[in-house]
Every structure is written in C-alpha cells, then in structure tokens.
Ligand binder design. Structure first.
Ligand code: 0A1
Ligand code: ZN
Length: 856
C-alpha cells in the first residue's frame, strides 16, 4: 500500500473518464460500527477516451470482495493505494462489464461528517464533494452520472434514499432514482424519525408527497419550512418554468452537519438549524435564512441536479446560479430592496474580505488541493453577482430565454461555464468573451469616479483597476454594468436609470442640457460587485439619503456618511457631526419608508468593514479603537434621537400574533434597534422588561444581547435555565455571551464556555457558536494585543482538525486578514498559523488553508 501525497488538481488537466457508469445498485446492511455495502455497477467504455484503465476512488474502506462479471479479482489484478483503486485495462472486458464489490465501513467512527456517519443514533450521509468514496469504491467525480437503486437493510423504522420508494418490507426498503446523477448527490438516512407530511400538485398534475423528517419532539417546528418548500416549488414553476420530477420529496433534519444543507436528489439533508423553526425559539433572521435555504436546495433540483457540473472547478455553475435564484425568490417574497441590501452586506463582509486577502481566488478556480476549501463566498456570492450582471446586460426576456435553452440543451449533462455562457451568446448574438473574465479573474475591481460640470454639461469619468491577487499579478479591465441616474440638487430625478457598460480602464460619459450640477446616483441596485471610489460632499450624500429613487443608493449614502463619521472619530478624534445625526434622524423618522429599511439605515458598519476602511485609507486598523468608536457612535445616535427612539419603541409594540413575514419582521427590527440605542440611557429597564415578557425569540434575544452588553449579572443564567433543553437556542446562548463580552474578557469567556458540559466539538453548530462568537462577534476580543485570542483559536482548530477537518478549515479563515494589522499582531498570528501548519498529521484541508494564508 502506498501513501498518496496531497496533490494539486488543475482545471487544465481535465480528461473524461475511461469508463462511464450505466447503472448503480447498492445494498446496505446498516450497523453503527460495521456497515456492509454491496455495490453492483454496470460500466460502459467511453469510446472517446484514450485509456482503458478503470480508476476508482475509495477512502477508509475495508475491502471484502471485488469481482468483474462475476469473477473475483485477485490481489495482483488491481492496484490499491490510500484513496484509489486501479484495475489495468488489459484485465477488463472490451466494452462493458459489471463490477461487484463488498466493503465494510464504520459510521460511528466517522467524525468528519463526510460519507456515512451517525448523528444522535441516526445514520445519514454527506457526499458532496467527495464523500461517496468513503461509502464504496466508485468513480467519484461529477461527470459520471447514473441511475441508482438502493436497498437498505436495517431494523430502524425509517429508511430513506434518493428517488421514488420502490419497495418496503420488514427491516428493508428499496429506493429507485430514475434520474442519472453523480455520486455526490447520493443520500441515505435511517433512524427513528417522525415526519410532517403534505402534498404538492405540480402544474402538469404530478402529485408529489412532501415529508420533513425530524427527531421525535421536533414535529411542531416544521410548518414554516414546509410552507417555504411549497412556495419555492410554485415559484420555480412560475418564474423559471421548472417542475419537480419525482413522486416524493423528502427533507431530513440532522443536528451534526458541516454546512447549511445539501441538495441530494429527492432527499435533501438539512442542518437542523436550517429547517426547524418556531416563534418561541427562532428569530426573524432564522426564519428568513430557513426560507432561503429551503428554496436554495429545492432550486438545485434543476440547477445542480438535472444539470450538474462537469468537474469541481465548475462549482459556481450550480452554486452561483442557485444562490441567484434563491435571492430572487427571497426578493419576491420579502421585498426586493431590503433583500438586496442584505445581500450586499453579506457580499462585502465575506466575499470582498476574501478577495482582498491571501485566499482570493477566481469564481472558477484553476487549481485546488482540497475542493471542500472552495465552497466559498467567492464561488457562491460573487458567482450569484455574475448571474445578476448577465441578466442586467441582456435584459429579462433574453435572460429567461437563455435559461430555457440551457435547461433544454443540457438536461442530463455535466456542464461547464462555457456551456452556460454559450446559451446566452446563442440567444442574444452577443460575444461574451470579455464578460467571461468575471469567472477567471480574482479580486474586486475598484472604480474611481471624478466628475465636472460646465455650461449645462455634466461629465463623469470612470477609472477601473483590479488589484493583484495570489497568482494573478496583472489584471485586465472587466465589463462592469454601471446602473446610474442623476439627481437634481433639490432631490428630484434629473435622469432616470441607465446601464452604462464600462469595458475600458478609463471611460467617460456626458450628459447635456442640465440646469444645475447634478448629483450622480451610481451603482444603482449594486449593479456590479465592485468598490466605488467616489467622495461626494456631505450635502450630496445627505440629498441621496433623503431623496434618491433607488433604495440601494439611498441606503448606501447613509452608510457612507456613517463610515465617514467613524473614520473621523478614529483618525481625528472628532465627535459625530450633528448634521450627520440630523440626516440619519430624518431617514429614521420617515414613516413613508419601510421600517426594515430604516433599521438598515440605522445599523452601524461592522468592525471588519471599518478595519478594511482603515486599510484603504492607509491607516493600520486598531480593533480596540474601532470597537470603542462604534460603541461611542451608537451612544451618540441614542442621545441625539432619544425622543424618536422612545416613540418608535412604544408605537411599534404589537399584540398581533407572531408572523415571520417581512412586514412584522421589519417592525421588530426597527423597534429592537430603538431598544438597543435606549438601553445605555434607561439603565436597561426596557431591555429587562422585554426579556422577561417576550413571547418570541426575536424580541427575547434582542433584549438578551442588550442586557449582556449592559453587564447584567443574572441574565445568562436565566436564559440558560429557560432554554437548556433546546440545542438551537443554546447555540445562541453560547455565541452571544462571547460576542457581547467586554473585549478584554472575551477570550476567557470563550474558554469558560468550552468547559461547559454542553460544549462539544462533535457538533459543528456548537463549535462554531463559541469560535464564531469570538472571531466574528467580538473582533476586538479576538485581536486582543496579548495574542490570547489567536492562541485560543489555533489550539481549538488543531483539536478539531483531528476529528473534523472540513469545519476546522472553514473556521481558520478568521486569520485571513492577518496582514492588515500591526507588526506585533502579525507576528502573533503568523506564529499561530505556523504552529497549526507544523502539527503532525494535519489534514489536507487545514494544511492547504494555512499555507495559502501564510504564502498569499
Ligand atoms: N451544495 C450544498 C452545500 C454543501 C457543500 C458542501 C458540503 O460538504 C462539503 C455540504 C453541503 C449547497 O449549496 O447548499
Ligand atoms: Zn448550493
């Protein structure tokens, strides 16, 4: 047996397999520590391939028997390495053969939560990206697609797999999935589960059974997800003309899951946090996230499953498009403007951050060591922005025509980005060669704007630069759709929205016949994922905040004023400008505006946002100073608007039965913003009363956060006493205590919490709650000058890596901004990254991440 060294895989090296698969039959004898898997796979020669060897992947499998066309393979008829098995072509039949194998696997020992594993006594699987190879030997690559038939033998009452239920008997079930699929979409679940069930009739009349399977006791928390599922199914029919294609659609909630959820054909598996909801235990944000993830996984049925990816470099083909579709759905459901602002906030916080650091990579990467490290904000969120730009460039009609062509031309295919762009070229006759750069070039373009006005003519000049990123020192200009309008000084619109296509490094535009110098309203709807470098004066921004017809630009103007205020507080020790506070007050008091929008206008930028602002301004960010500046600004806003906040707090109180819809959620968001600002002024009396009497988690948690911030000595114990039996609520408890701690106490609070009997590394949600509470929730605590935060995180990542490399690798991105900080902090972080990298037996996942962060 030879050890396989971690290898870099390159997009340029793609070759089709030597053998295709025509049919897969699997039989499982389930056992927690010794599950037997028998596979019968019909292989057919790929006539276009040069080679004939059969390459199978396999990991942690005990081989029992192997046979080709019924004849057992002897040891010298195949070569086995750590993660592969090769049968030389000259020992195989010419055109087709049946492969049979029996292997044994140990689900209980599988703490990586990849392949077949146990979670709370239930068997479940996670096969994307390369987990199927931990179940049996197989060509575990997305371009190999086949129908699957799966027999499960077990005494457990509920036995599920993909497709339609073909047979059920005593201690067995057979599932048959007629739609050819790659192995990463395989799923199996077995356990003592209960379902809430419903039905859906597709527009062509297919009757579909819908089930959400949960642990006993959680049945009451499924209604919202079920409703979201039915609405998603209808939306995809109405907007994209896509219908569901099986007789049954199952969703299963599992507690131990590395990601949000997984789109396995006909059997979606969800992190329980992404499906279970009740007003008492879930916040409005939780409801919105659940709705988006249910939609996302359902939409994958067409964008991902019926049409999948040729190889993992094409991951954005399914993920970018599916995120775009779920964002459209949420916008239609909850209000486009507020959703768009939320998406931009997330893009900037996650993707711009990634693009600006050592982990920057193109939306379609060119190489990887561990594909699990590329389920990134760049692939998902920037991938979705690309689809949005395409739609804007070609127009809605052409967009949906091109999608129709994509679905009809590529149904059943494992496709590429080239295939996707070609349907747009064929539909519109437009050459998209330049546009394709969005997939291949990493980094966020910076568009600098200067303007002038003379004799009724307004000229605006754009200059675009994309900074160097690892492996890509030189960049070409991007095709940037710049949606813009012009606003008159009195706030009326001088020119409506037009989309200017920026394609050159420098480009100018003129508008004639204007009476007065207009205010440019740029990047309307955030029409491209770029950084806009434009510094209009205070008055222009205040006018945009008060009057622009585009809600995104309106919000953005307020955000820019706030950012500018924080920067002035940091660099000049300036107190917030009363004119700024008045402008904010005016927007917050404007009852014609959606409360959710007003809450967004009042929200402060994150610490990370300001830290990046410092870097852009050539200042080394000081996390402690940023923390204090943001806190001080919050107080100034509270002081300046006490009357308004008091009124809003009282007026927005409601006795109406709780609904997680956009209207009610927006009001709660605004009211809880008022609560937060009033808490330092009323000795937390409102927060205390709200905590004690809240009937929904949104209000209780908002009050809890305020009380923690105010240093209430009892509230953590009270919350725990009330909610210790609910895992998902307790995740919030773990997280908020760290996030709301005084920065100097944050690490010790996190340390204490890791000693709590309910802290466990086995559950990624719980682990993320504590670590994320520190790294994301309390940046000043994480960046404590002593380096204690860095040491704490590194120590736990090393521990987790031995059990669950994927989650350890994801959380290591807390270090990705290390080069932003002062020399002392840089040294402390580099030391921890090197300590991680020096660890014996480190996973490929974490090794790749740490070395990229150190090298980039
Ligand atoms: N495809 C899923 C997310 C997912 C990706 C990877 C996983 O394991 C490595 C698990 C889930 C989605 O986009 O929802
Ligand atoms: Zn997805």
């Amino acid at each position: 047996m030879q050890a396989d060294a971690p290898q870099t895989v390159h997009l340029a090296d793609y070759t089709a397999p030597n053998w295709w698969v025509e049919k897969v039959e699997l039989a499982f004898d389930l056992h927690p520590t010794a599950t037997r898997v028998r596979s019968k796979i019909r292989f057919k020669r790929n006539p276009d391939a040069a080679g004939r060897d059969l390459h199978l992947d396999g990991e942690n499998l005990s081989l029992i028997t192997l046979a080709v066309d019924g004849k057992p393979l002897t040891n010298n008829e195949y070569r086995k390495a750590d993660t592969s098995l090769t049968v030389p072509g000259d020992t195989l039949p010419q055109d087709a053969f049946t492969w049979e194998a029996e292997v044994e696997i140990n689900p209980e020992a599988n703490t990586a939560l990849e392949g077949l594993y146990m979670s709370n006594g239930m068997f479940c699987t996670q096969c994307e990206a390369e987990g199927f190879r931990k179940i049996t030997s197989y060509p575990d690559r997305p371009d190999v697609m086949a129908p699957f038939e799966v027999r499960i033998n077990s005494d457990l009452p509920v036995l599920l797999s993909n497709g339609n239920h073909a047979e059920r008997g005593n201690g067995m079930s057979v599932w048959s999935d007629p739609w050819p699929k790659p192995a990463y979409l395989f799923a199996l679940v077995a356990g003592d589960l209960v379902a809430i069930s419903d039905r859906f009739t597709t527009r062509s009349g297919r009757d579909v059974a819908l089930n959400i399977w949960v642990r006993r006791g959680d049945e009451g928390k499924c209604a919202f997800a079920m409703d979201a599922l039915k609405r998603s199914m209808r939306w995809d029919e109405e907007v994209y003309g896509r219908e569901y294609d099986l007789d049954i659609f199952n969703i299963v909630a599992v507690d131990d899951f590395n990601m949000g959820a997984m789109e396995n054909k006909g059997l979606n598996i969800f992190n329980s946090s992404a499906v279970l909801a009740s007003p008492e235990t879930s916040t409005d944000d939780n409801f919105a996230r659940i709705e988006a993830i249910i939609a996302h996984e359902y939409f994958h049925n067409w964008t991902g499953n019926r049409i999948t990816c040729r190889d993992w470099f094409q991951l954005c083909l399914k993920e970018g498009l599916t995120v775009f579709r779920d964002q459209q759905f949420s916008g239609d459901t909850r209000g486009a403007a507020v959703e768009r602002i939320g998406n931009v906030l997330s893009l900037r916080a996650r993707q711009f951050r990634e693009d600006a650091g050592p982990l920057a990579h193109p939306v379609r990467p060119e190489s990887f060591v561990e594909i699990n490290n590329f389920y990134t904000a760049t692939v998902y969120e920037k991938g979705a922005e690309i689809i949005g730009m395409l739609k804007r460039l070609v127009g809605d009609d052409a967009y949906y025509k091109a999608c129709d062509l994509y679905f009809s031309r590529h149904d059943g295919d494992a496709a590429t980005i080239e295939d996707w762009l070609k349907v747009f070229e064929d539909t519109t006759g437009r050459d998209l060669t330049g546009f394709k750069r969005w997939y291949t070039q990493a980094g966020t373009p910076r568009v600098t704007v200067t303007d002038s006005f003379k004799d009724g003519t307004y000229q605006i000049d754009f200059e675009q630069v994309t900074p160097p990123t690892p492996g890509q020192p030189d960049k070409e200009p991007q095709l940037i759709p710049m949606a813009m309008g012009l606003i008159n000084p009195d706030g009326s619109e001088a020119r409506p929205t037009q989309v200017v296509e920026l394609t050159e490094a420098r480009q100018s535009l003129r508008f004639d016949g204007l009476d007065a110098r207009p205010i440019p309203s740029l990047l309307r709807g955030f029409s491209a994922p770029v950084i806009l470098d434009h510094s209009p004066g205070f008055n222009d921004r205040a006018t945009l905040l008060a009057h622009d017809t585009d809600p995104f630009v309106r919000w953005e103007a307020g955000r820019a004023l706030t950012r500018q205020t924080v920067m002035a507080m940091l660099t000049d020790r300036a107190a917030p400008d009363p004119a700024y506070l008045d402008a904010l007050h005016m927007a917050a008091a404007n009852d014609t505006l959606d409360p959710a929008f007003r809450a967004l206008v009042l929200s402060l930028p994150s610490q990370d946002d300001i830290a990046q602002g410092c870097v852009d301004a050539g200042v080394v960010p000081d996390p402690t100073a940023i923390h204090h500046a943001l806190k001080a600004l919050g107080r100034s806003i509270g002081d300046h608007m006490e009357g308004l906040f008091t009124t809003l707090y009282d007026r927005l109180a409601s006795d109406a039965p709780y609904r997680p819809d956009a209207a009610q959620s927006g009001k709660r968001a605004l009211r809880n913003m008022a609560l937060r600002r009033l808490t330092p002024r009323d000795e937390a009396t409102r927060a205390r009363a709200q905590f004690d009497t809240a009937t929904n988690m949104t209000d209780q948690l908002a009050a809890f956060a305020c009380l923690l911030e105010a240093g209430d000595p009892q509230v953590a114990a009270q919350f725990e006493a009330q909610w210790h039996g609910d895992r998902l609520v307790m995740d919030k408890w773990f997280m908020l205590q760290v996030a709301q701690a005084e920065p100097k106490d944050a690490v010790s609070r996190a340390e204490i919490l890791t000693e709590h009997p309910d802290f466990t590394m086995k559950n990624p949600n719980r682990f993320r709650a504590v670590m994320g509470g520190l790294t994301g929730g309390n940046p000043a605590g994480f960046h404590d000058p002593s380096g204690a935060g860095y040491r704490f995180l590194a120590t736990w990542l090393i521990r987790l890596d031995a059990a669950n490399p994927q989650t350890a690798a994801r959380l290591s991105t807390a270090f990705e901004t290390w080069k932003r900080y002062d020399a002392d902090r840089q040294t402390l972080m580099r030391t921890e990254l090197e300590r991680i990298l020096d660890t014996d037996g480190l996973s490929r996942d974490l090794a790749e991440m740490t070395s990229r962060m150190l090298e980039g």
